[in-house]
Design a protein around this ligand. Sequence first.
Ligand code: PLP
Length: 385
Amino acid sequence: MKKEDRHIETKLIHTGEPSPPILGAVSMPIFQSSTFEYAGQESYHDLKYIRLNNTPNHIALHEKLAALEGAERALVTASGMAAITTTLLSVLTTGDHLLAQDCLYGGTHDFLTKDFRDYGITYDFIKGNDPDSWKNKLRPNTRAIMVETITNPLLQVIDLEEVVRFARTHNLISIIDNTFASPINFRPPEWGFDISLHSCTKYLNGHSDIVAGAVIGKKGLIEKITRKLDHLGGCLDPHACFLLHRGIKTLAVRVRYQNESASKIAHFLDAHPAVKKVNYPGLENHPNHGRATRLFDGYGGMLSFELKGGIEAAERFIQKTTLPFVAPSLGGIETLITRPVTTSHSGLSPEERNRMGISEDLVRVSVGIESTEDLISDFEQALAQ
Ligand code: PLP
């Protein structure tokens, strides 16, 4: 069997592993060495050095991550934000313009709205659910379009195939933050995206114990972004590489369980009389359910909902649950619960949140790998209170 034909579960375990294994080690050892002996390299970027993201721990991860999404190359970074900012600063320069989906992760949104002007880069937000309006925002200097696979915290899925078509028609680089889906549920390069970004802090590592990021895509673009990262310095430490490498191996079993569990919890909440609205693309009543079914291999482990009792009921529910941690972030093995207005979206103004449809009483859940039955019974007792 050719390496490319292996199933994703096999790639997670075997692709990128040293062959033969180093001194017979079944698990990739940590190369905690900042520098390596000079071996006649002709370019600065080829010297082996942790900041240049090219030690054995980096290389193994790069090969594995590229294979997972069927891409030519991958690059790990110090955080999801390092992946996002380094990518944007690599593909855009002074005078350039970006089109960005109007409901991006708070950190990305802040980078565009607060930092872009320092670099002389401009942007316009586009309504994800209205592709006909995107053309009006195009400018002669528009170079790229950036979207997210599933939006946070409303779990919307825009027409991702149209994003790729639009980018190709207008000669733009298409960039997608695929953190929420993970390569198990969606692989952007297979659908024609130029660059797929991840906060590996979430599903890829999956254990809420490191911060890391990844950029996956075409060879030329990843090389360009690697050069920029060499200078900006957002490299991943080998110990974090080791933890990410270990976490990735169980990605398929974790995410598939989380898909199933989140789906059962979403259906339970949807049928509960105290619940006003549930946002989960796996629900038949979700406005993007058909599209999500066509594009994804699973609907993900994230959901959000509003209670009929408003903020007070939402706060009481959160306080009365006993299993989830009340914490921001997502994608780990433990269930996390939060009100986005107090955490992930607290940096936005009330007007911005209103425009995006993020209400004060919205509760977001990142479903972990605990027993689904135990989570539902915990939510049931919290709702009863
Ligand atoms: N992208 C998404 C969708 C996120 O949810 C996050 C963090 O919550 C990030 C990017 C940033 O990742 P990191 O915290 O690893 O920098």
